[in-house]
Ligand binder design. Sequence first.
Ligand code: LIP
Length: 262
Amino acid sequence: MQGSANLNVMIKAARKAGRSLVKDFREVENLQVSSKGAGDFVSRADIAAEEIIREELMAARPNYGWVGEESDPVDGKDPTRRWIVDPLDGTTNYLHGMPHWGVSIALEHKGEIVAAVVLDPAKDEMFLAEKGQGAWLNNTRLRVSGRNRMIECIFATGIPFGGRPDLPETLQDIARVAPACAGIRRWGAAALDLAYVAAGRFDGYWERGISTWDIAAGILLVREAGGLVEAVVPRVSPFDDGTILSANGGIFDGFAKVIRNV
Ligand code: LIP
């Protein structure tokens, strides 16, 4: 994919942060057996990765705004553009030494995501998209799956843990989706869940109580791969509702009706 200057800045930042996270991940794997665990170490790795990304992006585009999971938001001199960054999506997987986590970087322009990078360093998979330019995995064009019967589809979701809200609603969702599909996966990284919908690996994904930085880049990947994305509440932005529904065009309406229970 011959991307724009902004996309190339994003790719460079994601790869630099990915190298830092891979180096620290090797230490996390060693820390699994320690009684203290890896929590503090992972927090430092997460923050270090965000600082790497922020330094790269703000050096290249000093006037853009900033929204990152591990730092305070910054309003840019250019009020129309901002970076939306999750430096380590799939933190719990990373903490437990599980190689399923990603670096998610999105560029928003006038409230619309226009460029996206989701990097999975452990699998060397770089998911890219620019508005109107398609979605890509490394150098391969992405398309969502063609399945149009729910009973043949696999859906991903997130299940609230540790007292987080939305657990009853999510369990009710699962009770309706599970009997009607070929399987549900909970792999713990929203950015990769959406990237997998864009790649046709998952036929759909939904989640409640999700943050903007978890889904901003993945939303563009899905849409540029021909998929649909909405909030659980119709005609509301996923960013405002904190919920997301995504699927290929053939299954979206049926899937949405099951989740919305209509
Ligand atoms: C995670 C999301 C995941 C969700 C987790 C967590 P983090 O983001 O990617 O989909 O289920 O609860 O929010 O915290 O690893 O960046």
